[in-house]
Design a protein around this ligand. Structure first.
Ligand code: ADP
Ligand code: ZN
Length: 432
């Protein structure tokens, strides 16, 4: 059994969780019906009234909310409180189009900090820890989100933000940072730079809390190796609150969703039917305690599965498996569905020869999609470049069911990311 930040909440029985969720859901549905025009109109159209929410399964009667809604009702029309009650604004990183904003009340910030504090404590953090926040500060939820959670734990917070990588690593050594929070791609970059500076033996890192973008188990191993820490996955999104939605415990067997604040469902993204427990599909989240900008049945577009079995850490909140990709991350190339994570898997399998720094370039020439993958050779590579290229192309074809042209580049020729990595350049969109 590990440490909990809020044991009474983190270890509630399933009955207690359901009872609390129903009570909060009823409260939330009533207030969005009264205060948000979009929800009221949609519920009226669907013929549902707040009084119809009598049990948890009645959630499925409510209409979905999408990212497009947040764009259409930008910036304030989805607020369920007066603007003067909003004390903070954040915005999504805009990975998939025009950015959206989220407004938080004072209570929302406090709840959010609790979620992040739970994830930090699950990685062994306490008031004795030194937490370096290398997520970007500002509109992105990563920096300030992790910061408030670390303060709540009472840790010594080192708010370096992202960037300025060498200086960042010097602080890490000098101040004895024990916990590092950043995106996995920045953790890789930090690892590379630590190696170049030759300071790995001066680090005092115990755990890394990495999220905000997809990453693979192979990447986890490489980061752990490079920085000498245990790497934990966290999941979050601006629309729901930011980091703090779900987190790994020491068992690292899925991420516990903060079920007192959020009700998860898995749906079939095509039919929109709720799928039985354990099914793979699109994650849909409802915020039942958030005051400022509540989300009812928000379609995350992230694909995963939920695991309700008991976790040996003692936490009872359901675990979500690592998202396999987002429905809108998926590229359709010559009619075949391709996820960047599939390509990453192949590259990481060949980590002696190539580095996981890559970029996918898709274009359309003479009505046919072109598919190129730029990959950096590892600094250790001494073999035959042509043979290596052929080997990767054949492994990629087997994995993806479609041919890609591989271009092997010199180490360090692809720009490093300090936040979320940009892996895909789809030039087809420009000409459509
Ligand atoms: P944007 O949609 O502009 O990227 P956010 O910064 O809010 O906005 O990013 C949230 C998204 O990031 C999630 O919906 C999910 O696709 C991705 N994400 C966050 N954490 C993880 C994680 N641990 N693993 C995989 N994907 C993640
Ligand atoms: Zn657990």
């Amino acid at each position: 059994m590990g440490n909990y930040f809020q044991p009474d909440i983190e270890t509630m029985s399933r009955e207690e969780i359901s009872e609390l969720q129903l009570k909060n859901l009823q409260w939330q549905v009533k207030r969005v019906y009264e205060n948000v025009q979009m929800y009221r109109e949609r519920m009226d159209d669907a013929g549902v009234h707040p009084d119809d929410i009598k049990e948890l399964s009645d959630l499925s009667k409510l209409p979905f909310t999408t990212k497009q809604d947040l764009r259409d009702y930008y910036p304030f029309q989805l607020l369920a409180v007066r603007k003067r009650d909003i004390v903070r604004i954040h915005a999504s990183s805009g990975t998939t189009g025009k950015q959206i904003v989220a407004g938080y009340t004072r209570n929302d910030l406090d709840q959010w900090a609790n979620g992040v504090a739970r994830q930090l404590v699950a990685t062994g953090a306490s008031n004795k820890s030194r937490v370096q926040v290398s997520y970007g500060y500002g509109l992105f939820t990563g920096g300030l989100g992790a910061h408030q959670g670390a303060e709540k734990v009472g840790a010594m917070v080192i708010p370096t933000s992202s960037g300025n990588t060498e200086r960042q690593i010097r602080f890490m050594c000098d101040l004895g940072t024990t916990h590092l929070c950043c995106t996995p791609s920045y953790a890789m970059y930090l690892g590379e730079t630590v190696k170049e500076m030759g300071v790995k033996n001066q680090l005092n890192l115990q755990a890394g809390i990495f999220g905000a973008e997809p990453w693979t188990e192979e990447m986890r191993k490489q980061i752990q190796d490079a920085l000498g820490l245990k790497a934990y996955d966290i999941y979050g999104l601006t629309e729901i609150m930011g980091p703090g939605v779900a987190y790994e415990c020491e068992c690292q067997n899925g991420m516990h969703i903060c079920e007192d604040m959020i009700i998860p469902e898995i749906i079939d993204p095509d039919t929109e039917e709720v799928l039985p427990p354990g099914s793979f599909g699109e994650l849909v989240l409802t915020t039942v305690t958030k005051e400022g900008q509540p989300m009812i049945r928000y379609r995350t577009r992230d694909l995963c599965r939920l695991d309700y079995s008991t976790c040996s850490c003692g936490r009872t909140h359901v675990r979500m498996k690592k998202p396999a990709g987002r429905t809108d991350d998926m590229l359709i190339i010559r009619g075949v569905n391709v996820f960047p994570s599939q390509i990453e898997e192949v590259l990481l399998r060949n980590s002696i020869e190539v580095s996981p720094n890559y970029q996918i370039v898709v274009d359309r020439v003479n009505n046919t999609d072109t598919f190129d993958i730029n990959v950096e050779l590892s600094p250790r590579f001494t073999g035959d470049v042509d043979a290596e290229k052929r080997k990767l192309e054949s492994q990629l074809r087997a994995q993806l069911g479609i041919g890609a042209k591989v271009h092997l580049l010199r180490p360090k020729s692809i720009e490093r990311s300090e936040g979320k990595a940009k892996r895909v350049i789809d030039n087809r969109k420009l000409t459509d």
